[in-house]
Design a protein around this ligand. Structure first.
Ligand code: PLP
Length: 481
């Protein structure tokens, strides 16, 4: 161990410089060669844990050795979201500028709870979210705040909605309240499970969530919502919120937000739009209508970490009633009182967490590095690639597409039973060149190909299609469904 490393305090700047260069070289090599790894990790459960020591080291180790263990121990257990053959879930990628800015954010180690704990973090967040709001075509009345994930953004939106209908919930809670009827939240059959979790977390009980039927293109039926509201209010439920989804998780269907807002208005319920994945598409020429009607909603979540090339995690909640969120969460103990007067924003007031990372830095870097034009072109290319794949599926004999393709996700099946489709997916993913995921649609196992990776080209999509077709031919006899 060097004399330098025996001292108290942090790593010396010179050592940091050396190891930092080594790490940046490592990352650049990784980004350049990620295609050589199997996309989906091949390790068995427990394999990585078994390769790690049971106890923390008593004596410090050189950073070089730590990095060597990243290669030796951890890399086999990495599923490569950066791989151009990653077509699963929502295929997200970070990007060079986002990674660099995230590194910088760690270095600054800013904790942006109060304006004074780093004015730049608070003010950059406000400015960057204003830029994004304009790019998405949302009105200025929407104030933005950054959280880690869409799940947490939705919790905050629904907490504000609950506060709006039960103004003393913060003081009295919900338990044993004869004066508060059972609360109801509405979303479509295809809404994300984060809505369920929010309702559970907010003490409304899972039964509070009523899922509304969808049409044959997986969109919420406004008339069914209207009927549910009539029925529930007649039966003594108190409607709290409707969650409309723009880009559902399985098929990326778009609920008719404008109609939903119309139906909800007479009930005075909060309308929250979950545009976690597809919201970004509103930037793309020809896709401006993606967020049609969202200007009439109370809040909207969009995730730059999904389809805006920002390294995980960064979710944005836009809210036209941020005062309701502040009312739900603002609480300032003596030791956090500051002399700065309004209009200074203290970000700790807009949520549960006190400390928060300097996340806006990476979104700022991404928006500046690619520019709005560069981002639009990349999103448009992903949509083009997905639609090309959909054309191949449509023209094929052995496969059928099972949902429209509004954005960059294609849902399809081999013309065979569920077990065959499951085996097909497993075999394709085991090959290591591509990774697709699945969903269930109309109670049938459905394959899903999602394009969203910055490195994915037409050649990769074509290769995925070839692998799917060849693998289907190699599997034992498909059974007609
Ligand atoms: N909403 C939708 C439509 C999603 O598809 C997802 C995740 O894929 C979420 C919310 C949750 O996102 P997060 O992981 O940011 O909580």
């Amino acid at each position: 161990m060097s004399a330098k490393r025996r001292k108290l305090g942090d790593m010396e700047p010179e050592e940091f410089r050396r190891e930092g260069h080594r790490l940046v070289d490592w990352i650049a090599d990784y980004m350049g060669s990620v295609e050589l790894y199997p996309v989906l990790s091949r390790v068995k459960p427990g394999q990585i844990a078994a390769a790690l020591p049971e106890t923390a080291p008593e004596r410090g180790e050189p950073f070089e050795k730590i990095l060597a263990d990243v290669d030796r121990v951890l890399m086999p257990g990495i599923t490569h979201w950066n791989h151009p053959g990653f077509f699963a879930y929502f295929a997200i990628t970070g990007s060079g500028p986002g990674v660099l800015a995230d590194f910088l954010s760690s270095a600054l180690n800013v904790q942006a709870m109060l304006w004074r704990t780093s004015p730049s973090a608070t003010e950059l967040e406000e400015v960057v979210l204003g830029w994004l709001r304009d790019l998405l075509g949302l009105p200025e009345a929407f104030e933005g705040v950054i959280y880690d994930t869409a799940s947490i953004s939705t919790v905050h939106a629904l907490a504000a909605a609950r506060e709006a209908v039960v103004p003393d919930v913060r003081t009295l809670g919900l338990a044993q309240r004869a004066d508060v009827p059972r609360l109801r939240v509405y979303c479509s059959e295809h809404a994300h499970s984060s809505v369920d979790k929010a309702v559970i977390l907010l003490g409304m009980g899972h039964e509070a969530l009523r899922r509304i039927d969808c049409d044959d293109e997986f969109r919420m039926i406004p008339d069914a919502l209207a009927a549910a509201l009539v029925e529930d209010t007649a039966n003594g439920w108190l409607p709290v919120a409707v969650v409309a989804t723009v880009g559902t998780t399985s098929t990326t269907s778009v609920d008719p937000v404008r109609d939903i807002v119309e139906v909800a208005r007479p009930y005075n319920v909060w309308v929250h739009v979950d545009a976690a994945y597809a919201g970004a598409a509103a930037m793309v020429p020809g896709f401006e209508a993606t967020l049609d009607g969202a200007d009439g909603a109370d809040s909207l979540v969009v995730n730059p970490h999904k389809w805006l090339f920002t390294p995980f995690d960064l979710s944005v909640l836009y809210c036209r009633r941020m005062d309701a969120i502040r009312k739900a969460f603002a609480l300032t103990p003596d030791y956090l009182e500051t002399v700065e007067a309004a209009p200074v924003r203290n970000l700790m007031d807009t949520g549960v967490q006190l400390g928060r990372r300097f996340r806006s830095l990476k979104l700022w870097a991404v928006l500046r590095y690619f520019g709005a034009k560069g981002i639009r072109e990349r999103l448009a290319e992903h949509i083009r690639l997905a639609r090309l794949f959909a054309e191949w599926v449509d023209a094929s004999d052995g496969f059928t597409r099972v949902a429209p393709v509004p954005f960059s996700v294609v849902c399809f099946r081999a013309d065979a039973d569920d077990p065959f489709n499951e085996r097909l997916l497993d075999a394709v993913n085991a090959g290591g060149e591509v990774f697709l995921s699945h969903t269930r649609l109309q109670d049938r196992f459905t394959l899903r190909l999602a394009v969203g990776n910055l490195r994915t080209t037409e050649a990769h999509v074509a290769r995925a299609w070839t692998i799917l077709q060849e693998t289907a031919l190699q599997l034992p006899s498909p059974v007609e469904p």
